[in-house]
Design a protein around this ligand. Structure first.
Ligand SMILES: Cc1cc2nc3c(=O)[nH]c(=O)nc-3n(C[C@H](O)[C@H](O)[C@H](O)COP(=O)(O)OP(=O)(O)OC[C@H]3O[C@@H](n4cnc5c(N)ncnc54)[C@H](O)[C@@H]3O)c2cc1C
Length: 458
């Protein structure tokens, strides 16, 4: 039991707010992105600086409390909260500094990708992240980070230059290629297992106006469209990223009314090469079908980065399953064509990310991210505001995933997985798991950081 004097001391040591169960702000503060997660932590500490983070880590360790570290709160498994423990909420730590000379950005652990894109776009620069701007920098970077810039510039974690970390014993350290290099290796894909990252430094690339947007096809062309996608990506230049989806058209502008809520398959493209070459590079996709909608064109990169935000509002009930696949074989395409068209609504779908190009440049043991040899990573996601609709949606996700899983490369992207147990985590790190467990033993032998895709200390 935590005694009142320890709580008072802890609260007094913080610059940020300590929210206790039952107190004002508690109901709003305990929520995470996934409305299905209904946990009631004892304490939520809204940290404002590194000193607050150190105080939280020490308090949780000394009092034997379960500790959740929360950045953007998007983790669908709900690792950003817990029952009866402490949530270390970084969301107020939003400092960002762009260094255009060095082509780098430093962002504190509470930033979202919308915050970072906004800051770097002013300099005509960007770093790879995910496809929804409200997602946290912390969770994405530490798990890997795949999105519209993966093929040109690699995963988010490939662009990490340095991290400030508070480890389980409350020590502050810097991790990069030169300092604490094993920790730095583990942070690039190993998730939140090793400490609280208070600040990240990322490499930036010249990205300003991109040629991007969606191309939709009707479902009766789905098998051919997916085969085209597979063949097209095998020879596409690294400057081009394409994500393939089965989903539904949102019922709002700029989508034409006759397509609203209609299930479709489609591609979302992002080309960072010379704009005058974009149409030619994309011609096979733009001419196939013909598309029922071609929304591609030049746009500021942050516009693309926020384009999915409206179909990913906070608070919906979410259920996801995922896998990596080496190639889009006929069996995989058949499974997509069978289940994709039953997508339940505009908030749901299957999304096949391309993870080739620059993402293949690092070796499979060079960072914690092991699957450098696969070309695609898919996620099947169902979401709804109505919890009563979820059993059916969940069954659709499971059936769809089970049809695809026999063709999986073995594991999945940890940030797309639910809380699926130790074997799944081990399969997702393959032969990097043993080294990760060693690093875990060094920096967190007591497994204080276990609210994550957990790596057990060796
Ligand atoms: C709508 C939506 C779209 C998404 N799209 C993509 C996408 O396109 N590409 C992609 O790669 N992923 C995507 N994701 C998945 C995303 O990578 C994970 O949900 C990730 O966990 C979110 O990070 P967060 O900081 O928002 O989450 P949180 O729930 O705050 O954190 C998740 C976990 O990360 C760890 N963590 C977070 N911050 C820190 C930190 N500073 N220090 C130490 N540990 C930390 C903790 O273990 C925590 O439990 C998406 C998620 C959602 C909900």
């Amino acid at each position: 039991m935590v005694v009142d004097t320890s709580i008072e001391q802890f609260a007094g040591s913080l610059r940020g707010q300590l929210i206790q169960r039952g107190g004002p702000d508690y109901e709003e503060a305990r929520r995470v992105f996934n409305g299905m997660i209904d946990r009631r932590p004892r304490f939520i500490a809204r940290c404002t600086d590194v000193a607050d983070v150190i105080a939280c880590v020490n308090f949780a360790r000394q009092e034997g409390l379960v500790l959740s570290v929360r950045g953007g709160g998007h983790n669908v498994a709900g690792f950003g909260t817990n029952d009866d423990g402490l949530v270390l909420d970084l969301s107020l730590m939003k400092g960002i500094r762009v260094d255009p000379g060095k082509r780098a950005v430093r962002a504190q652990g509470g930033c979202t990708w919308g915050d970072v894109d906004h800051a770097t776009h002013a300099f005509g620069l960007a770093t790879p992240s995910g496809v929804v701007s409200t997602t946290g920098v912390g969770g994405i970077s530490l798990g890997g980070g795949i999105g519209h810039l993966t093929r040109p510039f690699g995963f988010t974690c490939d662009n990490l230059i340095s991290a400030d970390v508070v480890t389980a014993d409350g020590e502050f350290m810097v991790a990069n290629e030169k300092e604490n290099a094993h920790l730095f290796w583990a942070l690039r894909g190993g998730g939140g297992n090793f400490g609280v990252v208070t600040s990240f430094e990322f490499r930036l690339h010249p990205v300003s106006t991109v040629y991007a947007g969606p191309i939709f096809w009707s479902l009766d062309r789905a098998a051919e469209a997916m085969r085209l996608y597979a063949a097209f990506m095998a020879q596409a230049p690294d400057e081009l990223n394409v994500l393939f989806a089965f989903t539904a058209v949102p019922p709002w502008e700029p989508f034409p009314e006759h397509l609203h809520n209609q299930n479709i398959c489609g591609a979302v493209v992002c080309y960072v090469g010379p704009l005058e070459k974009a149409e030619e590079v994309l011609r096979p996709l733009k001419e196939f079908g013909p598309p029922i909608l071609d929304g591609t064109g030049p746009m500021p990169y942050p516009l693309l980065q926020t384009a999915f935000d409206a179909v990913a509002p906070a608070g919906l009930h979410q259920y996801w399953k995922a896998d990596h696949v080496t190639d889009l074989s006929d069996d995989i395409i058949s499974a997509h064509v069978k289940f994709g068209p039953d997508n339940p609504n505009i908030f749901s779908g299957s999304f096949t990310y391309s993870i080739s190009g620059a993402a293949h440049k690092a070796g499979k043991n060079e960072t914690a991210w092991s699957y450098r040899d696969v070309n695609f990573s898919h996620i099947i996601a169902a979401a709804d505001a109505d919890p009563a609709a979820m059993p059916n949606h969940t069954q659709w996700v499971r059936d769809y995933w089970e049809a695809l899983h026999p063709y999986s490369a073995g594991g999945a992207y940890v940030n797309f997985m639910g809380d699926e147990g130790e074997d799944r985590v081990a399969a997702s790190y393959r032969d990097n798991y043993a080294r990760l467990a060693q690093v875990k033993r060094k920096y967190d032998p007591g497994n204080l950081f276990r609210m994550n895709q957990n790596i057990k200390p060796a």
